[in-house]
Design a binder for this molecule. Structure first.
Ligand SMILES: [Zn+2]
Length: 286
């Protein structure tokens, strides 16, 4: 909670991957590191405080009212956010493509009304969720319904690389680029991390999982990359914190590979309707 602690009287600040932050985050869907950071900011604003207001702007829960309940914590599970209360209730949200959370002083008027999907407020802070892909209320005891399908969480307390490897291996013919993004295999990897992990291990996104000799090293690298990025707003895999130098291949189609100079390639991969852009160096990655 760097931002909150550093400015005792200031707001916890924008808590969304898409919420600006100097515009440094590479364009793309929020990945596990961004969701983790969002969870920490929501936790700092809400945990230990009684909700004075809840406003669910989704039809299914339009009449729900959690005011009077004390928030116990907000945690991330992969790319899902779970906000729990002392009444045994969990508010489950997911940023999906465009979602973000913003935390501001409770007295401030929330802007962007038509994009708001949920407001949770106490007498000090309000957390406003914009364009959230999922908003639902469920019993905390039934959270497995929402997140039980997820593979080991790269940033979770129960991170288990052997289990992640086992799940990946279960479908040996599947292209590794696709398998890495399946949250049932490991939770938290998105497009950017997948591209960078594969480059750093010299693996083509199209190589079948069964032909990757060291899957364990791949998933452990993923865990280290997410962990190294979890406290900052952008994603950096090169170690260079300068605009347009943050990644090895992601977002660099047509530009020379930082290692060998070959133009980086870009193509779509994935099942129909779920295609995602892949970036790779055809010389370094086989
Ligand atoms: Zn190369």
């Amino acid at each position: 909670m760097r931002q909150v602690d550093a400015r005792q009287k200031g707001p916890p600040g924008s808590a969304g991957a898409a919420a600006g932050l100097g515009g440094r985050r590479l364009a793309g869907v929020p990945e596990g590191d961004a969701v983790y950071l969002t969870a920490r900011r929501l936790h700092a604003a809400l945990a230990g405080r009684v909700l004075t207001r809840s406003d669910f702007r989704v039809p299914r829960f339009a009449t729900a009212d959690l005011s009077g309940q004390q928030v116990t914590e907000t945690v991330s599970r992969g790319k899902h956010l779970l906000t729990r209360t002392d009444a045994g209730i969990t508010v489950h949200t997911h940023l999906r493509m465009d979602g973000s959370w913003r935390v501001s002083p409770a007295a401030e008027r929330a802007t962007g009304g038509h994009r708001i999907r949920l407001i949770l407020a106490n007498d000090t802070w309000q957390a406003v969720g914009y364009l959230l892909g999922v908003v639902e209320i469920l019993p905390t005891a039934a959270e497995q319904r929402a997140v039980g399908h997820l593979g080991p969480d790269l940033l979770g307390p129960d991170w288990d690389p052997a289990e992640a490897e086992r799940r990946l291996r279960a479908d040996p013919a599947r292209p590794v680029g696709e398998a890495l993004l399946d949250q049932r295999n490991l939770a938290g990897v998105g497009n950017i991390f997948a591209a960078e992990m594969l480059f750093l291990r010299g693996l083509s996104p199209w190589r079948p999982v069964g032909e990757v000799s060291d899957l364990r090293a791949l998933v452990e690298l993923g865990q280290r990359l997410l962990d190294a990025n979890k406290d900052r707003a952008g994603i950096i895999t090169t170690g260079v914190n300068r605009r347009s130098e943050e990644t090895w291949v992601y977002g660099r189609a047509g530009r020379p590979c930082r290692r060998c100079g070959t133009p980086i390639r870009r193509a779509e991969q994935g099942a129909a309707g779920e295609e995602r852009l892949r970036f790779w160096c055809p010389a370094c990655q086989r």
